[in-house]
Write a protein that binds this ligand. Sequence first.
Ligand code: FNR
Length: 358
Amino acid sequence: AAGRHTRKEDHVRLAAAQWTGGGPRSDFDDVAFVHHALGAVAVEEVDPSVEMLGRRVAWPFYINGMTGGTEHTGRINRDLAIAARETGIAMACGSMSIALDDAEAARAFTVIRDENPDGLVMANLGVGRTAEDAARVVEMLRADALQLHVNAVQETVMPEGSPEFGSWLRGIEEIVRASPVPVLVKEVGFGLSPRTLLRLQELGVEWADVSGRGGTDFLRIENDRRPGGDYAYLTGFGQSAPACLLDAAATAELSPGPVLLASGGVRSPLDVLRALALGARAVGVAGAFLTAVDSGGPDALVPLLRTWQDHLRDLSALLGARTPADLAHTDVLIRGGLREYCELRGIEAGRYSRRSED
Ligand code: FNR
């Protein structure tokens, strides 16, 4: 258990150290909206709410799963929950595996419900725990949904990783079948391919967060925790969220597939709009909110969330989108490395550039 406590602290410390404040260039920068000078709608006409995991939420972005289990990370969860409550933003917590084995650790998660009794809250667990474990963490948080993370790359590089991948498919199926709430399968920053999404669909999964590369880099985090850091050469492994969204949309068997959420490298309200325009129902943000909350608590995070909300509404009006779903009719240029990805995968990137004429 001591090892797991250290790991939670390592993850927060190393993820916060990575955050560069606006982020380096990423695949999101290869997604450009065509500006139409007379295409805007009135800001008052914009309704940014979306239906997510069986509830209507006021905003199409949410705080993604990060942490919990120690005193410090419990404080982060408390502060995230206060900020989520104050701004009407949905949120998830980090893996609750530690809470199943340690009642003390559980309080670092249940504080979320104490602070935010009515908001949309997601529990979180890795594949490999039983359906009963999944039901227990949901009950512990009175969670509206369960995030189930699949993290094969992280387990491979993590010094104490347990890559028992053989049982994952059956594990997911059992949890989905028994879960009292919707199950959302997510990556942790390496992307979900169409093939993976098809498997998830076969297993009965109705919600998936593609969580791609380009943001918080768990390859680097786990490699930094390795004696010798000998996996540095693997940097860049996996797919970005924009690539995953484009790939899924081009896969006929996935229409309809699981409802897609997107995360991984979301740095700004513009990135939220880009992901929504490429087909995400809602967008998860972890790293970009971690530093604010860890250093300044709700007093730092609430103004940041309010700014994102204001900008999201204003930019949505500028793009002529009254709702997040309207963003599917915006004209979007796919450029650079993302365009190359599309070419190699046989995705017709050009069809995104004139969608407003359809
Ligand atoms: C994470 N993430 C994560 N995901 C998950 O499902 N369970 C977990 O326990 C954690 N733990 C965790 C700790 C910390 C400190 C961070 C920053 C992130 C992954 C997270 O939900 C997300 O998928 C990735 O971080 C990519 O998004 P960002 O950070 O680029 O916005």
